[in-house]
Design a protein around this ligand. Structure first.
Ligand code: NAP
Length: 250
């Protein structure tokens, strides 16, 4: 079945998304490399091989999303897998140190414009792209939606005073991932009687641009759970939050 399947990965020009795209192509799917800068997507696609195709897609731009959906229909005629991977901790001037960026984490003085911009990509972008791609996914015999979330957005973990990483839970990024988990569940519930399965995964702490390469996991490790959930069979789960070790508490 894999041979004709088509997958779209947002933010696939680098980092975990690029690895997810490589792995899906390795599993025989045609993979669309969503990239807000087309040339970055083209370079990434070239590195993967003939199964990969660049597609311009800025998840915060309605026109870009609509054009991508139209192009997928006219050029590929189907979409089986959507991986909503694009995500940001915030857009800062190049070279802004990680410590400086963390200052935007305090809810007491984080600028609202900053918080909105993070939600725009990490939450509303996912909803907008999913809505635009759903007509294609509904036509697939086995539609799969995988949202790349984070255990840093787990309310259960962060509500526990003993949780060692709760100081990371701040104004924008982590709550945006909490909202992404909630959004995943909402789509899973609405689509539970269809062929579409919707799950959110955490890649773990992966060395990428997002954290100035401080993560201790490789992109290969970080991509694994997303790829697994993208390729689950008809008996696979929907409405779950997992990482490589199993269930993550909501
Ligand atoms: N790294 C970790 O430890 C970690 C942990 C938990 C969850 N995650 C999640 O994993 C996902 C991938 O992150 P990463 O670590 O691979 O980060 P990354 O290397 O910074 O990659 C992020 C990707 O998202 C793209 N992107 C950002 N805004 C976009 C927009 N408006 N439209 C389309 N694409 C956009 C970026 O494109 P440009 O190249 O154009 O900027 C890039 O391709 C994110 O959702 C992140 O929250 C990461």
């Amino acid at each position: 079945m894999s041979e004709n399947r088509v997958a779209l990965v947002t933010g696939a020009n680098k980092g975990i998304g690029l690895q997810i795209a490589k792995d899906l192509a390795g599993n025989g799917l045609a993979v669309l490399i969503g990239s807000r800068k087309l040339e970055n997507g083209e370079a990434a696609a070239q590195g993967i091989g003939e199964r990969a195709h660049a597609i311009q897609l800025d998840v915060t731009d309605e026109r870009s999303i609509a054009a991508a959906a139209e192009r997928i229909r006219s050029e590929f005629g189907r979409l089986d897998v959507l991986v909503n991977n694009a995500g940001i901790v915030g857009e800062f001037p190049a070279g802004t140190p990680f410590e400086e960026r963390l200052k935007f984490n305090a809810p007491s003085h984080a600028p609202l414009s900053y918080i909105r911009s993070v939600y725009e990509t990490n939450v509303f972008g996912v909803i907008a792209v999913t809505q635009a791609m759903l007509p294609l996914l509904r036509e697939s015999p086995a539609g799969r939606i995988v949202n790349v979330g984070s255990s840093s957005g787990s309310l259960t973990l962060n509500a526990n005073p003993q949780f060692p990483y709760r100081n990371i839970f701040g104004a924008a990024y982590s709550p945006s991932k909490t909202a992404l988990s909630a959004t995943t569940l909402a789509f899973a519930i609405e689509l539970q009687n269809t062929n579409i399965k919707v799950n959110v995964v955490c890649p773990g702490y992966v060395a990428t641009d997002l954290n100035d390469f401080r993560g201790y996991r490789t992109v290969e490790q970080g991509a694994k759970q997303a790829v697994k959930m993208a390729l689950i069979g008809p008996d696979g789960p929907t409405g779950t939050f997992t990482d490589e070790d199993g269930t993550v508490p909501w």
